[in-house]
Design a protein around this ligand. Structure first.
Ligand code: HEM
Length: 370
């Protein structure tokens, strides 16, 4: 374990997967209360923009360390059961195939295609909304994608003051839209998550807080995972080749390889709820912990080994509720893209990567054919 500075906050960084699991399995000692705290403190101007939109993130799910968490988690989990996820596979394939074919046509017509936009961006969001029973227009879907990336940067990035203000305006606009959506859904007779949370007794701001986290976490993270897998396959830097990824098993292996070594959510935070010990070291109450969920770690014999891929989704009582869905979506999108485009190689300049405290992915994956 080491101590590091990340521009603003000192973190106890935990890298050893065994110790990471230990932290995640001791929620009374290590609370998730800091999960959604802005890494770069919000300026007065940014706070005023958010306050004007009555933006608030009371602890409901990911950052909830109170006894209300299990009940709320159960309501949300009801929308992502293993049976539901299995049943939606044909729909994921339909969306993935359609996007992959359009990408292949574009490649044929122009000589290149940008795969993040063409195949990774929309299917995870469309599927998440269908599972939640929430219906929005195509324009709203595109706005959700743009708002998501802005909010990730606002809460997990290091924006300069002017950029932070711009991001705060985006988050306020997102939240405003979300409040209208939640109102509409709670009045609907159709089964949907927001109505279920309303029936569970959550208030409008509580449902909005959960919705804000879930509408981002439930799709942008999967888009980012798919983007990294596509990048590594097109680069030829994956145990599986691009052509092999057209089959189900190898596509899944490529996804697990990236989850283990460079997942879209590379770290997650906890805070010590009281003075406690970790791996023989005293951790004072209030200490912020940064857990490494993915990457290569030293083994006792001096070698290195990638983390078990399953740690990419956390562990314990807050483990990701979308793990099965995300893995399935990623594998299907990869498989369909590799089947539609016979051979893809990276083209153009090395792209910029999104590098936030807890999110990472290439921003574009431009490829050419044979
Ligand atoms: C590649 C995609 C994804 C990754 C890497 C990922 C990763 C994570 C991580 C690291 C956590 C925190 C776990 C912990 O604190 O122990 C988490 C929580 C969560 N994720 Fe995901 N996630 C992904 C996709 C999804 C999807 C598709 C959904 C739903 C549609 C989802 C819903 C959730 C929820 C609801 C929580 C909070 C659970 C709780 O606090 O009880 N995630 N995710």
């Amino acid at each position: 374990m080491s101590r590091t500075m990340n521009h603003t906050a000192p973190f106890h960084v935990v890298r050893d997967p065994k110790v990471v699991r230990d932290v995640l399995h001791r929620p009374d000692d290590f609370s998730p209360a800091n999960a959604l705290v802005a890494v770069t403190p919000l300026s007065g101007r940014s706070l005023r923009v958010l306050q004007k939109a009555a933006f608030a993130l009371p602890p409901i799910l990911a950052s909830n360390d109170s006894p209300t968490h299990p009940g709320i988690r159960k309501v949300v989990a009801g929308f992502f059961t293993p049976a539901t996820v299995q049943a939606i596979e044909p729909r994921i394939r339909e969306l993935a195939r359609k996007a992959a074919h359009a990408a292949a046509l574009e490649l044929e017509a122009t000589g290149t295609v940008e795969l993040v936009n063409a195949v990774a961006a929309l299917p995870p969001a469309q599927i998440m909304l269908e599972l939640l029973g929430v219906s929005i227009s195509h324009d709203e879907l595109l706005a959700l994608k743009a708002w998501s990336v802005d909010s990730l940067e606002l809460f997990w990035g290091w924006p300069e003051p002017e950029r932070q203000l711009e991001l705060a305006h985006s988050a306020a606009e997102f939240y405003d839209w979300l409040r209208g959506l939640v109102r509409r859904c709670t009045q609907s007779q159709e089964r949907n998550l927001f109505a279920a949370l309303d029936q569970h007794g959550l208030t409008l701001p509580e449902i909005c807080s959960l919705g804000y986290f879930l509408l981002i976490a439930g799709q942008e993270t999967t888009t980012q995972l798919i983007s990294t897998v596509l990048y590594r396959l097109a680069e030829g830097n994956c145990p599986v080749t691009w052509q092999d990824a057209a089959a189900q098993g190898p596509a899944r292996a490529a996804v697990r390889h990236v989850l283990a070594g460079e997942s879209s959510v590379p770290t997650w935070r906890r805070v010590a709820a009281r003075d406690t010990h970790l791996n023989g070291e005293l951790i004072p109450a209030g200490a912020e912990i940064l857990l490494e969920l993915t990457g290569n770690h030293k083994t006792p014999d001096g070698g290195t080994r990638a983390t078990d891929y399953s740690l990419a989704f956390g562990s314990g009582v807050h483990r990701c509720l979308g793990a099965k869905l995300a893995e399935l979506e990623a594998a299907v999108v990869i498989q369909e893209a590799a089947a539609a485009i016979q051979q893809a190689r990276l083209a153009g300049e090395v792209p910029e990567w999104l590098r936030l405290l807890s999110f990472q992915a290439p921003q574009i994956v431009l490829v050419t054919g044979q």
